[in-house]
Design a protein around this ligand. Structure first.
Ligand SMILES: [Zn+2]
Length: 1007
């Protein structure tokens, strides 16, 4: 004799196959012999489903998987339940009475229903009472009415049959929450045939599984506010599922009716590879087309030609002069500069000619002119001091350390050549009064005696910034001629970059502003002003990979960044001036730049118009079934005001599109795939769900998360930040193989590539310049930071994915994997620094990997503060275990100090959590926020961002970034212990409820 108190416990009628302490299947098969189909058995099945997070529709038939068996036994005297060995015997006198008993067991019975510790051997219906017989012969009496009768305030407004089952689960509220509270009623008629009953019972189990609160009973009463499933067999040959307010009616002749019920309760939603709702899929993709706004081409003779013209002009007057020095600054590669020198020497064979770079001239001066001299005295060198002029122009965007920045990373390059430590080479910032040049280099021997000294003066021009009254002072092209010590001629001229940039700023930006559609100026700034502008540029410039980490000298990468960010700033500022609010996302800005040595500069610019598209909601109102097929033969739906009818198409089963080959996917991990939405350019956005394997056909995300913490990892949000996407696929495999205990403690939801349109743009850009940062590819196809449109159900499907996951899974921890430049980010037309919109410097990396956490007020949310401490410590520990990462973090931090932090600590901040940089952003709670912890502080425990120096890296550099991302994610997850979490069950007027306490509980760390 088994103890009936254990009925709804693991080991009773439900089981935990994977031993993670979460029930994951039923453990009973039911013998429905055809004599009786009690309505109350619907309640019983609903409770059976309620008690598990996953199940299969195979328990209403003989099945050896399940160790218990339920049988209905006709009995003239008794309506009761007993549990003998593995046999649950339900004695019945008539259907009505056994339904009453089953409703009691489903709606009221639980482990602690009775007081005391004595096992229960029989539960019996006796007129209006439930008699509970204890094993010691004692008896307790309860009223028959389940506790929860008729009290639920939950109401339903159903607009579409596909609101009932969709990607979120069963009838989720619009607002995300860890609960899925239901008040459903099943209304049945006796005339239903065997197979229809079976499908209804399964349906009730699936609804139970999907609910975290379920009001009982769900049969035998009628409540006006409940969601009602009404099953009626009639003579009509075809069956219908019809939506009528909060009633879903199933009507028809037996076979077709069974098809209808079976389809409705068995089929999975199309985005999980099922058939349900597949006719709506076509409307989820917005339809956007190209329409040109304007097209402009630009050509210029170029800086080299202008130099030659000037020289030709002066040729005759200079030819007879002796002792000539020609000093030239020009923005060309060293190869081209050598060519130019050769050309000039041909004209002035007697002259001394230097052709210097007009991009990072100090760097090239030191490496091309100073270094060869120092190599000769290499062994005597004790120190190299480079005095750099402090930048002090009041209207310039340049930082005071601008000339130091322009040298970066010359100390390491020189140190390598001189075979000394880079700490022997130091920079000093000098006032104008103390330094009569831009740079001065002073080399001393080990005793402090001077060995070598030189200086250089660098020409600059003044270029207006996109904000009026602000300027940048980029290095410009210049020809200076000296006769002896006397300057006899000087001509400043524009570099090719300045030529194009000035044209772009003066002619293109204003044209774009005029032609852009600004008609929605007051509509919330959520749609772009133009679709995109493609800026194709060809130019001859330096493109040089340095022997220092990922560093390179690329003036066109700098131009690329200038075009992108300065266009953004132009619209931000112009918006502020005209309508009082800046346009943060005017449209896609695509600089497509080709470095072509020796060519004259040219460009072709095409802007595309913004065309409004909408994604009307699709409302499915009726499904028609024949007795021949189990999928609907006809679907009636509405799109906006349009009535639609699908006939043939619904007969074809829809499969998940083939996962694109380039989408990171694990090799070994078992996971579930879901198309959460489509990007603006129609690309599916996949979500992987991975949790302790259950082997069942159905699982409920919300039920899983009610029993166990859930972690969301978003990767590739900014598409040019490349390491997180491949890293997370590897992490899933590592979790499967090395860290399998993690899945005993958490469910994982992963967005393996959040921004497919951005990735496509990034792929297009890296085709020409694989190692550039490509910030222009960080946002979506039309340049929108799509997290700004979260929770708005927009045509930008990439913005809908996180909100859907928040609703489907209510995750406890949200991790957003990001990246920063892997090498110098400079914009000569924004003050040689990064654009002024950023309040901290990203000019060079501060770490290989670092973290950011959004932090709620510690006094009001002390539990969250504990979690955050535990997480930051966990990440720090995990990162520390890799000496590679630890060394790289240290290396970068020292570089950040030497070049920035020591001079400007506020702009180059270092916030350390033990040895890891971890910034904490104070965050207020705000229901309208798009950040998880700010919007859902009641149930989100932590909201983290990782940053790896991965824009854009390959090979070893990519591997170490991936390692960093994996360790960050692992550190944020591995500490979570499901045993410490408190899952509560309640049996009260609202129904039966299962709920886990939030925020997460953390063990006191022993380290
Ligand atoms: Zn980012």
């Amino acid at each position: 004799m088994k103890d009936l108190r254990d009925m709804w416990e693991i080991g009773g009628l439900i089981e935990d196959q994977n031993k993670d302490k979460v029930a994951d299947r039923v453990n009973i098969w039911c013998d429905l012999n055809g004599e009786i189909y009690p309505e109350g058995f619907i309640d019983f099945c609903a409770r059976l489903g309620f008690e598990t997070a996953s199940l299969s529709f195979d328990f209403l038939q003989k099945n050896n998987r399940y160790s218990n068996q339920l049988s209905f036994v006709k009995d003239d005297e008794d309506t009761s339940v007993e549990w003998k060995r593995n046999h649950l015997l339900v004695h019945y006198q008539n259907e009505e009475e056994v339904s009453t008993l089953l409703r009691f067991l489903a709606g009221s019975w639980h482990r602690n229903f009775i007081t005391g510790d004595t096992p229960v051997q029989k539960i019996k219906l006796n007129e209006n009472k439930i008699i509970i017989e204890l094993q010691d012969g004692g008896i307790q009496v309860a009223p028959v009415e389940p506790l929860n009768t008729a009290v639920s305030e939950k109401t339903y407004e159903v607009g579409s049959l596909t609101e009932i089952w969709n990607e979120l689960g069963f009838m989720h509220d619009e607002k995300a929450s860890p609960t899925n509270n239901h008040n459903v009623i099943f209304l049945t008629e006796d005339s239903l045939e065997h197979h229809s009953w079976i499908e209804i019972y399964y349906g009730a189990a699936r609804i139970g599984m999907e609910s975290t609160t379920l009001r009982f009973p769900i049969t035998g009463i009628n409540l006006s506010n409940a969601l009602k499933f009404y099953f009626k067999s009639d003579e009509s040959k075809n069956a219908n599922i019809q939506l009528d307010g909060n009633v879903i009616q199933f009507t028809g002749e037996s076979k077709s009716l069974t098809n209808a019920i079976s389809y409705f309760f068995r089929e999975r939603y199309w985005s999980f590879g099922g058939h349900f709702g597949c006719w709506e899929r076509q409307f989820k993709k917005s339809d956007n087309q190209d329409e040109s706004l304007f097209q402009v081409t630009w050509e210029d003779e170029g800086e080299r030609q202008e130099l030659y013209n000037k020289i030709a002009e002066w040729n005759s007057s200079m030819k007879d002069k002796k002792d000539l020095d020609l000093n030239i600054f020009i923005s060309e590669s060293s190869v081209i500069r050598k060519d130019i020198k050769k050309d000039i020497v041909n004209t002035f064979p007697q002259a001394r000619v230097s052709v210097r770079s007009a991009f990072k001239p100090g760097y090239f001066w030191l490496t091309e002119e100073v270094l060869p001299n120092l190599l000769e005295i290499r062994k005597q060198i004790g120190s190299v001091i480079i005095n750099c002029l402090k930048e002090e122009r009041g209207d310039g965007l340049e930082l005071p350390i601008r000339w130091i920045q322009e040298l970066y990373p010359v100390d390491e390059v020189m140190a390598q050549e001189l075979q000394i430590d880079s700490s022997f080479i130091d920079f000093k910032l000098c006032e104008t009064l103390d330094l009569d040049a831009t740079y001065e280099v002073i080399v001393k021997d080990l005793h402090g005696h001077p060995l070598y000294k030189d200086h250089i003066v660098i020409p600059v021009s003044k270029v207006p910034y996109v904000e009026e009254g602000k300027y940048s002072y980029p290095v410009t092209a210049c020809l200076s001629v000296y006769e002896g010590e006397k300057q006899i001629f000087q001509h400043f001229f524009l570099t090719d970059r300045e030529r194009f940039y000035t044209f772009y700023k003066e002619h293109i930006l204003s044209k774009l502003w005029e032609k852009a559609d600004r008609s929605s100026e007051n509509s919330g700034f959520l749609r772009p002003l133009f679709d995109r502008i493609e800026i194709n540029v060809e130019m001859s410039e330096e493109e040089l990979k340095l022997p220092v980490k990922e560093e390179r000298i690329s003036s066109l990468e700098a131009l690329h960044e200038d075009i992108y960010f300065n266009t953004l700033d132009y619209f931000l500022i112009k918006g502020e001036q005209t309508v009082g609010k800046g346009y943060t996302a005017p449209g896609g800005i695509y600089p497509i730049i080709r470095v072509k040595e020796g060519v004259k500069p040219k460009a072709e610019i095409t802007a595309y118009k913004w065309l409004d598209t909408t994604r009307e909601p699709v409302l499915t109102e009726q499904l028609l079934f024949t007795n021949e097929q189990r999928t609907p033969a006809e679907v009636k739906y509405r799109v906006g005001k349009e009535q639609g009818l699908v006939k043939e198409e619904v007969s074809g089963h829809v499969h998940l599109e083939e996962i694109p080959e380039d989408l990171p996917r694990p090799m070994k991990a078992k996971f579930h795939t879901w198309i959460a939405d489509y990007s603006y350019r129609h690309k599916p956005i996949y979500v992987y769900e991975i949790f302790a394997n259950t082997k069942e056909s159905y699982y409920s995300a919300i039920k899983l998360t009610a029993n166990k913490p859930t972690v969301l990892i978003e990767t590739g949000h900014h598409a040019n930040e490349v390491s997180s996407m491949p890293a997370v696929a590897e992490l899933m495999d590592e979790i499967t193989e090395q860290y399998s205990s993690i899945l005993k403690n958490v469910n994982l939801v992963i967005i393996p590539r959040a921004n497919p349109d951005g990735t496509e743009l990034h792929n297009r850009m890296i085709a020409d310049n694989p190692e550039w940062k490509h910030h222009a590819a960080r946002y979506n196809a039309v340049g929108l930071e799509y997290s700004d449109v979260r929770y708005k159900d927009t045509i930008f499907g990439e913005g809908n994915v996180v909100p859907k996951i928040m609703n489907r899974w209510a995750p406890d921890v949200v991790i957003d994997n990001h990246g920063v430049p892997s090498h110098e980010w400079t914009q000569p037309f924004a003050g040689y620094h990064i654009p002024p919109r950023f309040h901290m410097s990203y000019w060079i990396p501060n770490s290989m990997i670092y973290g950011i956490a959004r932090m709620l007020n510690e006094k009001r949310y002390p539990g969250h503060a504990v979690v955050l401490d535990r997480i930051t410590h966990g990440i720090q520990q995990k990162v520390k275990q890799s000496s590679n990462i630890q060394d790289m973090n240290h290396y970068w931090r020292e570089r950040y100090k030497k070049y920035g932090n020591q001079f400007m600590p506020k702009l180059f901040p270092i916030e350390l959590m033990e040895e890891l940089i971890f910034y904490k952003w104070t965050t207020e709670t705000d229901a309208s926020s798009t950040s998880a912890i700010s919007k859902f502080p009641e149930w989100v425990s932590a909201d983290l961002i990782s940053e790896a120096a991965d824009e854009t890296v390959y090979g070893n550099a990519l591997e170490i970034c991936k390692e960093g991302q994996k360790r960050f994610n692992l550190g944020a997850i591995e500490w979570i212990n499901n045993d410490l979490q408190e899952v509560h069950r309640n049996y009260d007027a609202e129904g039966i409820r299962v709920e886990r306490s939030r925020p997460l509980k953390a063990a006191v760390d022993s380290n």
